[in-house]
Design a protein around this ligand. Structure first.
Ligand code: OGA
Ligand code: NI
Length: 340
């Protein structure tokens, strides 16, 4: 029901029912460190080999990196953030028109993660959009705010090109042909989540998004430049905060690239925490294999005589499995290990 949206009600000084995590599953914010070593990669560097090597290194270690000079203008990034916030500030009756808790809907405003299944909710509202091909989906996108369609579709177009460029560099970094990954993933779908995390009265007791890995191939995240909240698990043990940098975009690998790389690259656990002082917005763009794409470790990356770490499967099979589970269960890819 649309009245489950967090962004349509005023919040008091304690969490409403259903949002408090059990004691052994809380963010432990005092233990989180800020790690300025999260790789920062300048895509405009004239030394292309170095850029590829830096991306390769980042994918092997952190699974996350920030990019600057990525070609998307500061002005457009600002407009995307502004129109996103404007959307969440629309009156409740406007937002109710788009509300749905059915995960298969291609355009929906929803809350938490999967309200129908989960036992504890997350402190997040989100607008989820399918974005490719644009002509097919844009007509059904929100027409309020008035500039939404134009700004977001321009951004989607640019993000897609950037994502494909990154997939080329990632292929090269793995020692594959530049177009290898793009060919494997087929005509990729592109989805977007505009995440809105309202101010939260008790941020120690809940999450914006609990720990998860992204099920797709590649995620490009535009973060609020003033409020941090994204945290990444380093070496399976230490949560580190990824602080926003002006005009940077955050890139992380999804499960599908971990599979293609035969486990050399990591789709790492990450989460979003919330805070009492400020609301926060993030815009995640997901490049996803087409449903019929057959995903599995690249032959070239399986050592002589070794077995592949993951079996082959279709993305359709993977995605259904992902949405049938809770977000913070074991790594979904663990269910796809074994023979080719
Ligand atoms: C996501 C995600 C992090 C953030 O949408 O998958 O991890 O900071 N978002 O909003
Ligand atoms: Ni994510």
């Amino acid at each position: 029901m649309a009245n489950q949206l967090l962004s349509t009600v005023a919040h008091r000084d304690t969490l409403p029912e259903g949002y408090t995590r059990p004691e052994n599953d809380r963010p432990q914010l005092a233990d989180v460190v800020t790690d300025s070593n999260i790789p920062l990669i300048d895509l405009a560097s004239p030394d292309k080999h170095r850029v590829i090597a830096e991306i390769d290194q980042a994918c092997r270690t952190y699974g996350f990196f920030q990019i600057i000079n990525h070609g998307i203008s500061e002005e457009l990034l600002e407009k995307v953030m502004a129109v996103g916030l404007e959307f969440f500030r629309l009156p409740p009756e406007e937002k109710a028109k788009l509300y749905s808790d059915e995960p298969s809907k291609k355009i929906r405003l929803s809350t938490s993660f999967n309200v129908r299944k989960e036992t504890v909710h997350n402190w997040r509202d989100y607008l989820r959009l399918h974005c490719h091909p644009l002509e097919e989906f844009v007509p059904d996108w929100p027409s309020n705010p008035e500039t939404f369609k134009e700004i977001i579709s321009t951004y989607c177009r640019e993000v897609r090109l950037l994502g494909l460029r990154l997939l080329g560099a990632i292929s090269l970094g793995l020692g594959l042909e530049e177009d290898y990954i793009e060919n494997v993933l087929g005509e990729q779908e592109q989805h977007m989540a505009v995440n809105y995390y309202p101010r939260c009265p008790e941020p120690d007791l809940t999450y914006g998004l609990p720990k998860h890995t992204d099920p797709n191939a590649l995620t490009i995240l535009l973060m609020d430049p003033h409020v941090s909240g994204l945290q990444v698990l380093k070496d399976g043990a230490q949560w580190i905060a990824v602080d926003p940098r002006p005009n940077a975009l955050v890139v992380n690998l999804g499960d599908q690239l971990q599979a293609v790389s035969n486990g050399a690259y990591k789709s790492v656990w990450h989460r979003a925490v919330v805070n009492a002082a400020r609301e926060r917005l993030s815009v995640a763009s997901f490049l996803c294999p087409c449903n019929s794409a057959v995903i599995g470790p690249a032959d070239k990356l399986i050592g002589d005589g070794d077995e592949p770490v993951y079996r082959s499967y279709t993305y359709d099979e993977y995605y259904k499995k992902f949405w049938s589970r809770n977000l913070d269960q074991d790594h979904c890819l663990e269910l796809f290990t074994g023979q080719k």
